[in-house]
Design a protein around this ligand. Structure first.
Ligand SMILES: CC(=O)[C@@H](O)[C@H](O)COP(=O)(O)O
Ligand SMILES: NCC(=O)COP(=O)(O)O
Length: 240
């Protein structure tokens, strides 16, 4: 189990005033020094937080795993292949959304991903991950496509309104992780994870590889500091 910190919202804060601070690259350095295994960023089509120059700076700065989240457009594929991260996580993206709203619908993207996206990525050393909901069909199609990993969308679990629905979502994630692992894929998770909901997740869901956490981690860092916050998340993972 390894923690990858998503630095998107360090850039959100920077962009709010158009100043050069806080710098996502500097945040990445603090996170890695505090024990994070790597860094995630999502280069959105509208560049609302991370910008192209951040991507190149992060590539130079990050020592551990670099996970490039993106929509599978030709433009993003060009940037990603040029930057050459360790991992690319393909996510659905819509311009109006405040954040990623769900996983990829694998049935509807399958043929396009096979012919246009994976054919290009397979010519590189970049490992692939698909951001999907914990549905049997989506997981099976991810394996059929030959993805190295999936990232199970934990947003529905994180936002579940009561104990019963949280339990239900955890069970879906557990089953999804077992299936993905049995099909030979690495199991990553992310979205909406925080200092409270991480513990039940890591104690219930097996085979976890990368856990990517951004918005809540950056928010907690305002109160505890970034170094201490990363260590708090790592402690939860270590105790599990
Ligand atoms: C794919 C995912 O769950 C998130 O990391 C997503 O990339 C978040 O996007 P924002 O950082 O723009 O909210
Ligand atoms: N892939 C999920 C991610 O990078 C962080 O998501 P969030 O913690 O910002 O919701």
């Amino acid at each position: 189990m390894q923690l990858l910190v998503n630095v998107d919202h360090v850039a959100t804060l920077r962009n709010a005033r158009g100043e050069g601070y806080p710098d996502p690259t500097e945040a990445a350095e603090v996170c890695e020094k505090a024990g994070a295994t790597g860094i995630v960023f999502h280069l959105r089509k509208d560049r609302r937080h991370i910008r192209d120059e951040d991507v190149h700076k992060l590539k130079k700065q990050v020592q551990g795993t670099l996970d490039f989240e993106m929509a599978a457009t030709d433009e993003m594929l060009d940037v990603c292949i040029e930057v050459d991260p360790h991992l690319v996580t393909l996510v659905p993206e819509s311009r109006e959304e405040l954040t990623t709203e769900g996983g990829l619908d694998m049935a509807s993207v399958f043929e396009d991903f096979k012919q246009r996206v994976f054919s290009r990525l397979r010519e590189t050393d970049i490992a692939t991950s698909l951001f999907i909901d914990p549905n049997k069909k989506d997981i099976e199609l991810a394996a059929e496509l030959g993805s190295d990993a999936i990232e199970l969308h934990t947003g529905t679990y994180a936002n579940a309104p009561n104990k019963e629905s949280k339990k239900h979502e955890l069970e879906r994630l557990r089953k999804g992780a077992v299936l993905a692992h049995d099909l030979g894929m690495k199991v990553n998770v992310g979205h909406g994870l925080n200092l409270t909901n991480l513990k039940p997740l890591v104690e219930t869901v097996p085979h976890l590889h990368d856990i990517s956490i951004g918005h809540a981690l950056v928010s907690s860092a305002l109160f505890y500091g970034l170094d201490t916050t990363v260590k708090k998340f790592l402690q939860i993972m270590e105790n599990a």
